[in-house]
Design a protein around this ligand. Sequence first.
Ligand code: CU
Length: 166
Amino acid sequence: MKHLRPRPLTALLLGLAPLACSSHDATNPHTAHDAAADSAADSGAAVVDGGGVPLLNECAGMDYRDLTAGTDADRTVRPMGSTGYTPRCLRVRVGQRVTFEMDFATHPLVAGIPHGPTGGATSPNPIAGQTTGMSYGLAFTAEGFFPFYCNRHGHVGMAGVVRVVP
Ligand SMILES: [Cu+2]
């Protein structure tokens, strides 16, 4: 695929000028992520953004929604439309609880990455797969990047990451 897709000049320059990432990401994050993901997919090496955050499930640093404040109820992942999550990329603190609220028969939850670079994901991933029920929650006890996806719709973007910070 990567050999067939024309790339904008700015994407080609990302490797030479990392500081340009932020402005490019702001205007067209999807293009930038795809280009970065493609370039590392073969090697399995971690793709990192300007802030040193590994690119996992198309979550770059600026994509993470800060949910470290507020209550456990605020730290809930729900479906968005029929093939997405909201929030998709979330940041919480060690010890905080995240709840996934959806019909797992329709949106089976899986820990990991359906496609794209895997470098930088933290192991072990404490998210347990779910195929039934409507709610699943867990408290994160270690910092790291914990990707998850829907086993039916992960390939069309129903995939995200819980980033746990100290
Ligand atoms: Cu789904």
